[in-house]
Design a protein around this ligand. Sequence first.
Ligand code: AMP
Ligand code: TRP
Length: 330
Amino acid sequence: MSRIFSGIQPSGELHVGNYLGAVKNWVSLQAQFESFFCIVNYHAITVPYEPDDLRRRTRDMAIGLLASGLDPKRCALFVQSQVPEHTELAWIFNTLTPLGELERQTQFKEKSGRQEQVMAGLLNYPVLQAADILLYRADLVPVGEDQVQHLELSRVVARNWNARFAPDAPFFPEPQPKLTPTRRIVGLDGQAKMSKSLGNTIGILESPEAIWDKLRPAVTDPARQRKSDPGDPDKCPVIYQLHRAFSPPETVSEVEANCRGAKWGCVDCKNALLAPLLAELAPVRERAASLEANPGQVDELLASGAEKARVVARETLHEVKVRMGLPEQR
Ligand code: AMP
Ligand code: TRP
């Protein structure tokens, strides 16, 4: 069975963008592949942060993922810092990664532009990501398009290591991205990608009232000024992304016809979205509430996820050290 690995930063609450673009896909993949899902807190500390915040966001992310349907019986769900082999392998990979490859990473250029002082960890971020994936010798990595360049680097690292230490039979597979059908969910501003830092999100655990307060003013087809103007559903992210993701096909056709025919206003259209959206999120919210009432259970699940991951992680690192001439503690 092929292995998949994916990581998510502990940004706190999941939003509809990561839910549709990543997590929902993970939930269906866990049934088909041997799956490892990691909350990457060592990646999160490459930019300024507060320890108490990070702790809370890590736990909230775990709750969001479990509530969305990641099943600890079917996958290993764990926190990166609880599996020390990640950082150990990352150091080893640092010695096999050309500096130029790191300096030309788009995300590094973007993020470093926003910092007063750029720390080495930010530059080496993709090396840790390569270690995350290769530690499990994963073949496939379900991610959004923004991660494709990082995965190219993971393949370079795998290739360099194989060439040097396993020239006859490659030890590390070269991991391929597995892009989701929904690649980029647009935010409620109708412009940028939905992202917590831009404040254009709907959180999957928000109350129905809070969701409606955000959805009601969401940007639709900009050319449609008033109800009597016919709209173009393909220019309206509420229709072409959210209705198509959450509403049954009959509702989608009805909404499209009423938009084109100027029969419904945009608020009517959003109203028709609200029920199916809330219907999908209600059970997620319920599961999250019960996990929140049970913090001990969440810690246990994460600890046993880390145990499961470590079995594979130790095995890989052992093989790596043997081949590289690095003695291990017994
Ligand atoms: P992040 O929240 O940036 O750590 O991303 C976690 C995962 O969700 C990654 O696989 C991203 O590609 C995906 N993702 C984040 N925001 C969006 C979005 N607006 N649309 C689609 N996928 C997204
Ligand atoms: N860089 C990824 C992101 O920002 C998170 C991540 C870290 C990741 N390690 C990974 C994703 C390994 C896939 C595989 O979304």
